[in-house]
Design a protein around this ligand. Structure first.
Ligand code: CDP
Length: 227
């Protein structure tokens, strides 16, 4: 009997804080695949723009930044929940680029066509090598439409805000649930209504509503799909 090989290119999309990264990391670890969280690139570009006090409405300048930005990704140097170190220049921005200011502005930056083109090309080049779990908003629809398995992970905004709240508290931070909920809804709205590569499930994606599922159940369901 021949053993079936798991899908080589796995695309994981979904709205903010739906648990894509946790799922993607676990999946990649168990399959021995590369885990690539594409949100890192959009967040890093936004972080650099904010750090340099750039006008985020200046599409041409932000696009040029996305084309030139040197974003380095290294294996994790600390066991503090990070999947990798994100380094810009000589600065470790792994957690800085997850702060409230980046959260509030990243969807504006990621809506620019030129920014998306610059960052998607890199993602596609890496993804096509295979043995990869790529996580984002448009992986199954635009970046890697030929993916062997596409999963769209969803959950209600309330559940997602609660998960993001718990994550911040677990890292020792402080957070306001209502504020997180408002921002999650706002970011989803911008991500799903933008003209280029809006957030939506690919026609051939398996949609998983994780509202009543814990992380282990979601992983088990997707591992099942890999068989
Ligand atoms: O982890 P969380 O779901 O909060 O966000 P993320 O995956 O780090 O992505 C941050 C933002 O980057 C999203 O809200 C999108 O605006 C943008 N993004 C995108 O447009 N396309 C992707 N493939 C990944 C992220």
């Amino acid at each position: 009997m021949t053993k079936k090989t798991p899908p080589s290119i796995i695309a994981l999309d979904g709205p903010a804080a739906s648990g894509k990264s946790t799922l993607g990391r676990t999946l990649a670890d168990s399959l021995g695949y590369l885990f690539f969280d594409t949100g890192i690139l959009y967040r890093a570009v936004t972080w650099i723009a904010l750090e340099h006090d750039m006008n985020l409405r200046d599409e041409a300048a932000i696009t040029e930044l996305a084309q030139k930005a040197q974003i380095d990704i290294h294996p994790p140097s600390k066991a503090d929940g990070r999947a990798c170190d994100v380094v810009i220049g000589d600065r470790d921005v792994t957690w800085d680029m997850r702060d409230g200011e980046v959260d509030a502005n990243v969807s504006v930056v990621s809506a620019y066509a030129g920014v998306r083109q610059a960052l998607s090309e890199q993602q596609r080049r890496i993804g096509l090598r295979g043995r990869v779990v790529m996580v984002g908003r448009d992986i199954g629809t635009v970046v890697l439409p030929e993916a062997d398995l596409k999963v769209y992970l969803d959950a209600s905004a309330e559940e997602r805000a609660k998960r993001r709240f718990d994550e911040i508290i677990a890292r020792g931070g402080t957070a306001d649930y209502e504020e997180i909920l408002r921002k999650v809804i706002e970011r989803d709205h911008i991500d799903s209504t933008r003209a280029v590569a809006p957030l939506r499930p690919a026609d051939d994606a398996v949609i998983i509503d994780s509202d009543k599922m814990n992380a282990e159940q979601v992983v088990a369901r997707v591992m099942e799909l890999c068989k």
